[in-house]
Write a protein that binds this ligand. Structure first.
Ligand code: TYD
Ligand code: MG
Length: 451
């Protein structure tokens, strides 16, 4: 019989102590002790050398059970997962509070007809779930709901209900009796996830676990939580805006390049299949300070509006602020403009904004960023039928970008008349696109032609 007791382990050096310690006496790190369950197995004192359990076999002898993925009712979600949920897999869905994780999970549960689903919430009562479900359009489903926070009850109920998909909202609210620390602590999160993982693999049940994001921006709980699960999905966006992006940071069963775009409406989340059309405002036609970037997020091309405002600094130190774009990169681009193109921005405040509250990581937005800054600085609008794709290097050179053909095709599809691309991007057939393609190799060249 296995006996259980708990012990505190330093996450930094592995030292153990029966009590919690603020500072590790072995490695002197602070606040690294986490409660863990230790199982003492009765040992016979001898090393067993019997051959038992699994035998090693060659690749060709491994039988493939054809895993039929569970296709959920939300296409964007399927795509991010690589074509649906793999039975028996553990998916972690993380995101800031209020971003819409519970809404997404509930829509997932309600949209899957003909599958047995168990939705367990440790955050909301059944009445609250019903209220939320009523706001969503498709509230008819045979999904089972349970409001519960005890891990032991959750496992027992799931074993009894035998669902094909188990949704748990959220991992930080559930706790096991075996550990004394409070729900949400590292030890609890880790033990609960490992118990759920065992249950999922044993019973071949797919599990969606919702997790919170800490102040520092990482998924709460140790990094080990991300190692334990098969897929880590991140739901992000600015809660003041309606757009949300679903990305996969890790996926054992698909690529991590895909992303899904949603819009939060009063009746729940709606998929956006044509992001470019939504993200370019039709109002700001020929206003200075805006430029359109042809970006690719993951493998998805879309056009997005970059807005900049350059004004004389009111205080001695000029302000530089940016939403949705890396501030350090903005500072770097401003330095390049100053040094290589001779623009005097030293006494100017610069504000940069990516439309829709989205965060853009694609370096190919650089060119549109500097063009929007200059446009605002000299107060001359850039023609709204022009868009840009190009990374700007420290010497002011325009560097090659990935997936150039997709960017051009997307711009042509949306009726843009001209796109600026790096000269260094070679090897594509410009004649097959119905758009004027201008190749540029330095930032100064771009400015000469657009203004
Ligand atoms: P929620 O799913 O509770 O966020 P999370 O679980 O990530 O903390 O959703 C939070 C916000 O979404 C909430 O502020 C209200 C808004 N919302 C809508 O705009 N429309 C809706 O249909 C629903 C259900 C929520
Ligand atoms: Mg929630």
């Amino acid at each position: 019989m296995a006996q259980t007791k708990t012990i505190y382990t330093c996450q930094s050096c592995g030292a153990q102590s029966p009590k919690w310690l603020g500072k590790c006496s072995a490695c002197n790190e602070w606040n690294t002790y986490v409660e863990e369950i230790v199982e003492k197995k009765q040992s016979t004192g001898k090393l067993s050398v019997q051959i038992s359990g699994n035998q090693p076999i060659t690749l060709e002898n491994i039988e493939m059970a054809r895993t039929q993925r569970i296709s959920v009712g939300i296409e964007e979600f399927n795509r991010v997962l690589g074509g649906g949920i793999v039975p028996g897999s553990l998916i972690l869905l993380g995101g800031d509070p209020g971003i819409g994780k519970s809404t997404l999970a509930l829509q997932l549960a309600l949209g899957l007809n003909g599958k047995k689903i168990l939705y367990i919430s440790g955050e909301e009562s059944l009445q609250q779930i019903k209220l939320r479900a009523e706001r969503l359009s498709n509230a008819k489903s045979n999904c089972l709901f349970l409001s519960e926070t005890s891990l032991e009850h959750i496992i027992a109920q799931s074993e009894q209900a035998k669902p094909e998909l188990l949704i748990i909202d959220s991992i930080q609210t559930i706790s096991t009796e075996l550990i004394e620390s409070s729900p949400g602590s590292v030890g609890q999160v880790r033990e609960c996830t490992s118990a759920i993982l065992k249950f999922a693999k044993k019973n071949h049940v797919a599990v969606v676990l919702i997790g919170h994001i800490t102040k520092e921006g990482s998924l709460a709980g140790p990094k080990v939580l991300e190692h334990m699960v098969d897929t880590v999905l991140q739901f992000e966006g600015d809660t003041n805006y309606m757009y949300r992006i679903l990305r996969s940071n890790k996926n054992r069963f698909g690529s991590t390049n895909e992303l899904g775009i949603f819009e939060m409406r009063s009746d729940g989340l709606r998929e956006i299949t044509n992001p470019s059309e939504q993200l370019i405002s039709k109002v700001n036609v020929d206003v200075s300070g805006t430029a359109i970037a042809a970006t690719v997020e993951g493998v998805r091309p879309f056009l997005i509006e970059i807005q900049a405002l350059v004004s004389s600094a009111a205080y001695g130190t000029p302000q530089r602020s940016s939403t949705g774009f890396d501030l350090r990169r903005l500072n770097m681009l401003l330095a390049v403009l100053e040094k290589r193109a001779g623009f005097k921005l030293i006494a100017k405040d610069v504000f940069l904004n990516i439309a829709g509250g989205l965060k853009i990581n694609d370096p190919a937005t650089d060119l549109a960023v500097i063009c929007s800054i200059l446009s605002s600085n000299i107060d001359i609008a850039i023609n709204h039928k022009i868009c840009f794709a190009g990374e700007v290097g420290l010497t002011g050179e325009i560097r090659a970008v990935s997936r150039i053909e997709q960017r051009i095709a997307e711009a042509a599809k949306l009726g843009f008349s001209r796109i600026y691309v790096p000269t260094l991007n070679k090897g594509f057939d410009a004649s097959k696109f119905k758009i004027d393609i201008v190749k540029v190799s330095r930032v100064e060249e771009v400015f000469k032609t657009i203004f």
